[in-house]
Structures are given as C-alpha cells and as structure tokens.
Write a protein that binds this ligand. Structure first.
Ligand code: DGU
Ligand code: CA
Ligand code: CA
Ligand code: CA
Length: 194
C-alpha cells in the first residue's frame, strides 16, 4: 500500500488495546542489521491489536507480542532483525491477518513463547523463513502455526518447526511464485535444543 505519511520514532511504542496506524509508515529503531539486541518498534500487551501500519526501515526487532495479540494489515517494507516475535505462554493465540513482509535476511515471524500463531492472507518476498519456532529458547514449549492463503516469493522456507518439541505446522492454500533464485521448502523440521 501507499503510505499516508511517516512517523519517525526513537523508542519502542507500547500498545495496549488497539493502535490503528492509518497506514502511516513508522521507522527509526535499530540499524536495519541482524543484531539480536535491538529494541522492538512496537511492544503489544496481552490482548492488544495493531492494525493498518507500514513498518519502514530501520525497524529494529519489529513487533513483540508479550501475550495473545492481533496484527491486521501490517506491512514490513524492509524487515529488520525479524518482523515479529510471539512471546506468550502455552495458551496464547496470535493472529496475523493481511499484510506482507519484504527483505528479511533471516526470519520474518519468530515464535519464542508457546501457543498457536495463525497467519492468513499474507505475502512474503525475499526472506529466509516466513516462520520459525524457536530452536533454542530456554522453555521448550510446543509451538503451533496455522498458515492459510499465503503467497511466497523468493523465500527459502515457509515454516521451520522442532519435531522433538511437538511443534506443528498446518499449511493450506500456499502459493509459491517467482522461485528462480531460491528453491522454496514448505516445511523444514529441526531438532530443537534448550
Ligand atoms: O539462533 O537464539 O532469533 O528471537 C537462535 C536465536 C534465537 C532468537 C531469535 C530471535 O532463537 O534469538 O530473534
Ligand atoms: Ca533472530
Ligand atoms: Ca532487511
Ligand atoms: Ca529477533
């Protein structure tokens, strides 16, 4: 989408309830690189919703959800270290509906807590993995992902899960396009460690 304006931020925005960005571009956290110690641009409290936001660059560690959360029509123009991290407990549910992400050197959605992440109506282009269940987080939760109506361009892996932690990935309506540079894998099974 075309941004309706730009907002330069210099610290993490805490969201509880709903933040509707009106399709403005938010940018200004971190250096755009792969350092794991960058701050997130948005930190969502349990139950919070982020909608209609364009995340520009630099975007730091993107969006953090501390519990259940909803991301509607959120677009990452140039993913920073990663696009969003889901950190709730085993009963958390997270929804990403609409939107898309581009230019992720490594991962887009990082599932470090427990629970179930649903990603639907989403497009990803030029990325390593669209989804990765944490392979070495200190708590070895079962992590579940449901992917539906996803368009994948020039991306290595759609979902990476740890078979030994009981993780699952449910994939439907996945469209792979423009697959000339990287041969896209739909699901990669890893062995997680703690
Ligand atoms: O190599 O420790 O990349 O939260 C694995 C890392 C890792 C996390 C993750 C993240 O699992 O740091 O960005
Ligand atoms: Ca990372
Ligand atoms: Ca990037
Ligand atoms: Ca990260």
């Amino acid at each position: 989408p075309t941004a309706t304006g730009s907002v330069k931020v210099d610290e993490t925005t805490e969201v509880s309830g709903t933040l509707d960005g009106g399709l403005k571009r938010y940018f200004g956290i971190g250096d755009g690189g792969q350092s794991e110690s960058q701050d997130p641009m948005f930190e969502l409290a349990n139950g919070a919703t982020l909608r209609n936001v364009i995340i520009g660059a630099p975007a730091g560690d993107g969006v953090h959800c501390t519990g259940s959360c909803t991301l509607i029509n959120v677009w990452w123009e140039d993913v920073g270290e990663d696009a969003a991290t889901f950190k709730g407990n085993a009963s958390a549910t997270y929804l990403v509906d609409g939107g898309g992400a581009r230019s992720a050197s490594d991962k887009v959605f990082q599932h470090n807590g427990g629970g179930t992440l649903t990603i639907r109506n989403f497009q990803v282009e030029d990325a390593g993995k669209l989804y990765r269940a944490c392979g070495n987080c200190s708590t070895s939760y079962e992590r579940h992902v449901v992917l539906d109506r996803i368009t994948v361009t020039n991306t290595k892996t759609v979902a990476g899960i740890n078979s030994n932690f009981g993780d699952t990935a449910t994939l439907t309506n996945i469209t792979v396009v423009g697959d000339a540079k990287k041969s896209t894998k739909i699901c990669t099974r890893f062995q997680g460690t703690t």
